[in-house]
Design a protein around this ligand. Structure first.
Ligand code: NAD
Ligand code: ISE
Length: 338
């Protein structure tokens, strides 16, 4: 069965995913595209022989759309996710699920009322081969109980439109999701300290920032977010356990020896760093839908948790205080006990 996908938002990542669904993933076809910029929708649709529709509501209702991909701006995600659930159609929503905890909860409650999982959130690091190996080691117990995790998330530069809160909302959100998954634990508090700021930044931006998270089991996580590091796109993660340590591998790169030096390349953007993870994420999503299964990736609950934690982290950036995350108990529908 071919899954016919409608895409809401044909910007940067929307076009990447349209290309992926058309050229890389088998069993999917992009049939409809919409964007508030009609020229952009036309261009993206023409490339893959899809039709352009007027807006998200029309796309969700369309007979030739089996599943919905939401890649529009974050503030519009809730409306489209709720629309897709109301229509009983699976919806893959790029992060964030919604920009407020209240909107995320509305999606969670609506999905529970529907009675079957329809929502998957685009936290692609769970599909990265290195993170998957790291999780296998943690789950196997080989390094004992995890105690501390050291992480870094570095981007070479960011545009002037990037503000200090985006360090949490846009950037650290990936670690927040992947660490909850890796540790099978919940983040209960967050704090942000700011070291000396780099001179290679726009004046309004706090950069770098060091985020400190505590989990329900007492694991401490330190995360350096440094979005003007200049030298490359660099993602680091090292978990220290009672009996050992496990570290995320760097992407494979050849070693070059020349002119008295040995060097390996550092990637420069997230598109290249996580290209394989994005491919796997969509391959698995489409395969599950084609088989008539519920999506098994990051759920609406994970989207809710991420938004609660990033919102608390924004408060921590602004106040300098330790901020407790105020999360509802996880419902049984999402694997919890409530
Ligand atoms: P973008 O600005 O390049 O594209 C967004 C597009 O959505 C634009 O073309 C805009 O016109 C369109 N749009 C906005 N509101 C719309 C609506 N209501 N209906 C239809 N179209 C609408 O942004 P982007 O960088 O592609 O980011 C899009 C989303 O993807 C964001 O939520 C972002 O956080 C997420 N994202 C995720 C990752 C990742 O690593 N998983 C990376 C980048 C972006
Ligand atoms: C961007 O939105 C992403 O999702 C990238 O993965 C991240 O590295 C970057 O900092 C964000 O702005």
């Amino acid at each position: 069965m071919t899954v016919r996908v409608g895409v809401i938002g044909a910007g940067w990542i929307g076009q990447e995913h349209i290309r992926r669904l058309t050229g890389t993933v088998t069993g999917a076809r992009v049939t409809a595209v919409t964007d508030i910029d009609p020229a952009r929708a036309e261009q993206a649709a023409a490339r893959v022989g899809a039709r352009v529709v007027a807006d998200g509501a029309e796309l969700i209702a369309a007979d030739d759309v089996d599943a919905v991909l939401v890649t529009s701006w974050g503030a519009t995600h809730a409306e489209h996710a709720l629309g897709a659930i109301a229509a009983g159609k699976p919806v893959f929503c790029e992060k964030p699920l919604a920009t407020t905890a209240e909107d995320c909860l509305r999606i969670v409650e609506t999905e529970m009322e529907h009675g079957r999982r329809l929502v998957q959130v685009g936290f692609m690091r769970r599909y990265d081969a290195g993170y998957r190996q790291l999780k296998q080691v943690l789950d196997s117990g080989r390094i004992g109980e995890p105690l501390v995790v050291h992480c870094a998330h570095r981007n070479p530069t960011v545009p002037e439109t990037y503000t200090s809160d985006m360090a949490a909302l846009d950037t650290a959100v990936h670690e927040i999701d992947v660490l909850r998954w890796l540790l099978d634990d919940e983040i209960v508090s967050t704090q942000v300290v700011t070291p000396r700021a780099t001179s290679r930044r726009f004046a309004h931006l706090k950069d770098p920032q060091i985020m400190l998270f505590e989990t329900a089991k007492g694991v401490r996580i330190d995360l350096e977010v440094f979005v003007n590091c200049q030298y490359g796109y660099d993602i680091q993660c090292e978990a220290v356990g009672e009996e050992g340590l496990v570290r995320l591998p760097d992407p494979a790169a050849v070693g070059v020896r020349t002119a008295g030096r040995h060097s390996t390349e550092v990637l420069t953007d997230w598109v290249g760093r996580f290209a394989d993870a994005f491919d796997t994420e969509f391959r698995e999503w489409i395969a599950e839908l084609a088989a008539g299964n519920e999506p098994s990736g990051p759920s609406a609950w994970d989207g809710y948790a991420a938004t609660v934690i990033t919102s608390a982290t924004v408060e921590a950036i602004e106040s300098g205080r330790v901020v407790a995350t105020d999360m509802k108990p996880r419902p049984a529908f999402y694997g919890g006990t409530a």
